[in-house]
Design a protein around this ligand. Structure first.
Ligand SMILES: [Fe+2]
Ligand SMILES: [Fe+2]
Length: 210
């Protein structure tokens, strides 16, 4: 038998094996024995992530309603656009939780327990963007950890979060660009946004361990 024919036989056997396992374990849904991650832990991480999305959604809507500076309609529109994107993230993360056999967090007390980062709404345009930048930075750090955690054990979840992370980085960049640009134009000193962000996540470790 040629080398190619031998290789073909190996794949034939493997596919037959997969087919018989799929038949036996059909009640497991889409998750197969080849899923290597700790499913319960992934579901918990995803429920913490969806909680951060619900909170971001409410915060962006609040900032959208309360931003009344007629000279910055594009910022008001950005609050709305980002709120729409956070809702898409809720859709993606919630669907993944369901597919893994979990139930997406959607009760207020559950959401605040799962996402213990303090929530502070801004009271003027500048503080709104400042608070949004802090929250986006926390999210970027947390989602980067989820991507690292999933690695090759759960490539589908990793792929979903790589896409979401890119959008969260865009959100953070938008606020940083506007804040630092206005800082340069007015010569006004902005307190260190980075330090603020770090204090919100308790040094970067405690919030995730909670
Ligand atoms: Fe998001
Ligand atoms: Fe965001």
């Amino acid at each position: 038998m040629s080398m190619q024919a031998q290789q073909g036989r190996i794949w034939e056997d493997r596919i037959k094996d997969m087919a018989s396992k799929a038949r036996q374990q059909v009640d497991e849904g889409a998750v197969t024995p080849y899923y290597k991650a700790n499913r319960d832990e992934v579901i918990e991480l995803l429920n913490r992530a969806i909680s951060s999305e619900w909170i971001a959604l409410m915060q962006y809507w609040h900032h959208y309603f309360m931003s009344t500076d007629i000279h910055s309609p594009e910022i008001k529109e950005a609050f709305k656009k980002f709120a729409d994107q956070e809702l898409e993230h809720i859709d993606e993360i919630g669907s993944r939780i369901q597919l893994l056999g979990g139930v997406p967090a959607d009760k207020p007390e559950e959401i605040t327990r799962l996402w213990p980062s303090p929530v502070d709404y801004g009271t003027n345009l500048r503080s709104m963007m400042h608070e949004d930048l802090i929250d986006e930075r926390v999210t970027v750090e947390f989602y980067s950890e989820i991507i690292r955690y999933c690695g090759n054990d759960d490539p589908t979840t990793r792929f979903i979060f790589e896409h979401i992370l890119a959008e969260e980085e865009e959100h953070a960049n938008t606020w940083a660009d506007i804040l630092f640009q206005s800082d340069a134009s007015t010569n006004e000193r902005i307190s260190s946004v980075h330090e603020d962000a770090m204090s919100h996540v308790g040094g970067g470790k405690q919030a995730r361990a909670a």
